[in-house]
Design a protein around this ligand. Structure first.
Ligand code: FAD
Ligand code: NAG
Ligand code: NAG
Ligand code: NAG
Ligand code: NAG
Length: 541
């Protein structure tokens, strides 16, 4: 496995250099700015960018390269499996800078990539080499006079938005982890604690300001470039850089949320999953029973061989109402349990998804696979559990870094929306699964074993729902999956996305995050397509 991986990445690097070379040669003759000499920019560094571009950008803009002390933090990523290669970081101080940065990159044949919070997980990011446009300074939030929506800067993230709005009496749809970017998540759907009530992040987007691949700044709304609005809600990473957007907001609701966290031993797996299926009733979860996350992992203070079942429930409202819905769980003997009532802003801490919780930490190399389910198959979950237990015994180093995550949201607000109205394709998936294996860098054997395990678990989840297709939520996809399994199998979905791509990003500038159009495809460099396919296949198992 490892040799195949190095082979694929080796040839990838070569191809990348070849294409960079050709692009530089062809574009160098048409500089947009008169003061730029026609020359290749293989040597582009932060000093050059600062000199040539800096004076045209707002005062708050920051430009730096690998030698700057800020570089490591600015380019740190959640998953180091296939990180993008960043040569220069530009952190625009104002929205209007983004257009100028994109045009400058184009004039210099340098690729650019928007960064929100750095959790992007797809291996496709590994093919990037160029300028990172860090959106992190664009965090303006302006509640609109009608108090039904707010404008947000393109760099806002879950925790920031949640706190800001809650203090002013509102909530909105965000991801469940405070650390995750509102757009990184929202452009692909965006699952979170308010989806049962209000739908996903993407369902609440009213309009967006976008910089297209050619640097033009446009408004996307029901009355302006309205065809693109459909695509931005589920496949948005492929079409532009969002500099700001208007999102619905809602009255904040009850002052406290109830949480109840349990740890069960593995021998309780059948009753736990039976209770979960009874509780969710195949997509009919009571809307205020907003979120539960469950994980199989090794807690060595409980057992070194038997993974625990660690579950956390969040209810929007009182302990009394919540506990009435949790009676079946309370009847299952637990190793440990705790409960409490907190303001909504602290529910992430209670569920271990706050900014300083382990799940949010950057810098690990992770092997992931995903699946979307309607109900839990208890036989499949037992098989998955036993697979974990076997590794805990035979391969403790591997088992120690792995967690098998199960997510159960209330989904009424998601299923209420017409699936054809946006690019998000998987409204009938009620449960989102993630295999998340941390492996030490440089251990090829362990990495190959992790891939084998990750694929095995995904296949067991999918084999457990014989009548259904294998789906990969775009924001959980590892990027090796087939496109139809990410953007939807109805042929019209990818057709429509590709037509919009042709219209709004004909140069395929946005091709680094689960690209709809394979890198370099359609640019007359036939190798590109083969490269993409080869990478896709290498871990299919
Ligand atoms: C710890 C953790 C928790 C998660 N929790 C959830 C969750 O609760 N719900 C959920 O739905 N998903 C969740 N995810 C998945 C998450 O949606 C994706 O990882 C997403 O890509 C993260 O966005 P980001 O801003 O953090 O990452 P980034 O890597 O910064 O962004 C991902 C990609 O989005 C694009 N992008 C970013 N900003 C912009 C912009 N302004 N305009 C245009 N494109 C942009 C870029 O292509 C970028 O590569 C989680 C992931 C992790 C690692
Ligand atoms: C933030 O919003 C205010 C108005 O709401 C505006 O005047 C200001 O320019 C915005 N700042 C940025 C950096 O976008
Ligand atoms: C779940 O509901 C869907 C319809 O939404 C139905 O097709 C499916 O058969 C149900 N699954 C089970 C196990 O009841
Ligand atoms: C491990 O289990 C102990 C109970 O034995 C519990 O107190 C602790 O919180 C658990 N740790 C994690 C990370 O779940
Ligand atoms: C549950 O999973 C098992 C193992 O993959 C499979 O044989 C069985 O058909 C599944 N049951 C249902 C009801 O889908």
């Amino acid at each position: 496995m490892r040799s195949l991986v190095s082979l694929v990445y080796g040839s990838l690097a070569t191809l990348l250099w070849v294409s960079v070379y050709f692009d530089l040669a062809s574009a160098a003759s048409i500089p947009r700015y008169p003061d730029l000499e026609a020359r290749t920019r293989a040597d582009l560094d932060s000093n050059t960018v600062r000199r040539e571009l800096g004076s045209r950008l707002s005062r708050g803009t920051v430009i730096f390269g690998p030698n700057d002390e800020r570089f490591a933090a600015a380019t740190a990523r959640w998953n180091m499996f296939a990180p993008p290669q960043i040569r220069v970081v530009i952190q625009p101080g104002e929205e209007s800078d983004v257009s100028k940065i994109v045009k400058y990159c184009n004039d210099n044949s340098i690729d650019f990539l928007a960064l929100n919070r750095g959790h992007g997980n797809s291996q496709s990011l590994g093919s990037f080499n160029g300028v990172q446009i860090s959106m992190v300074s664009l965090t303006n939030i302006t509640i609109q006079p009608n108090r039904q929506s707010a404008w947000f800067g393109g760099g806002v993230y879950g925790g920031l938005v949640t706190k800001y709005l809650w203090e002013r009496g509102f909530v909105t749809t965000t991801g469940s982890c405070d650390c995750v970017g509102l757009l990184g998540a929202g452009l692909g759907g965006g699952h979170g604690r308010h989806e049962g009530l209000h739908g996903m992040v993407s369902d609440n987007i009213r309009q967006l300001n976008i910089v297209l691949g050619d640097g033009r700044a446009i408004r996307v709304s029901p009355t302006s470039n309205s065809d693109l609005l459909w695509a931005m809600k589920g496949a948005g990473h492929n079409f532009g850089i969002v500099t700001s957007f208007e999102l619905n907001i809602f009255p904040r609701g009850p002052d406290t949320w109830h949480y109840h966290n349990y740890i069960w031993a593995g021998d309780q797996l059948e009753p736990v999953f039976t209770a979960l299926n009874n509780f969710h009733k195949n997509g009919s979860t009571p809307v205020d029973m907003t979120t539960n996350f469950g994980s199989f992992f090794l807690n060595t203070s409980v057992s070194t061989t038997d993974p625990i079942l660690s579950w956390t429930f969040a209810y929007r409202g009182s302990a009394q109402k919540a506990e009435a819905l949790l009676t079946e769980f309370n009847a299952i003997p637990a190793v440990y349990d705790e409960q409490g009532d907190v303001p909504y802003t602290l529910i992430s801490k209670a569920q271990a998804t706050s900014e300083d919780d382990f799940i949010c930490m950057h810098g690990n190399k992770r092997i992931t696979t995903t699946a979307g389910l309607q109900v839990y198959n208890i036989t499949a979950e037992r098989l998955i559990y036993e697979g974990f237990k076997a590794r805990a015994i035979s391969n403790p180093a591997l088992a120690a870094g792995c967690g098998i995550l199960h997510e159960g949201y209330s989904t009424a607000g998601v299923t209420a929306k017409n699936p054809a109205d946006s690019a998000y394709p998987f409204r009938s998936d009620h449960h989102l699964m993630l295999f998340n294996g941390v492996v030490p860098p440089g251990d090829a054997v362990l990495e190959a074993q992790a891939w084998e395990w990750a694929n095995e678990v995904r296949d067991m989840w999918n084999a457990g729902q014989p009548g259904r297709t294998a789906n990969n939520y775009v924001n959980y996809a590892n990027g090796f999956e087939d496109l139809e399994t990410i953007y939807g199998r109805e042929p019209w979905r990818l057709e429509r996305l590709r037509a919009l791509k042709q219209k709004y990003d004909p140069q395929n500038k946005f091709r680094f995050y689960n690209p709809i159009v394979e890198p370099r495809e359609g640019k007359g460099k036939g190798k590109g397509k083969g490269k993409g396919k080869a990478r896709r296949r290498s871990f299919q198992g």
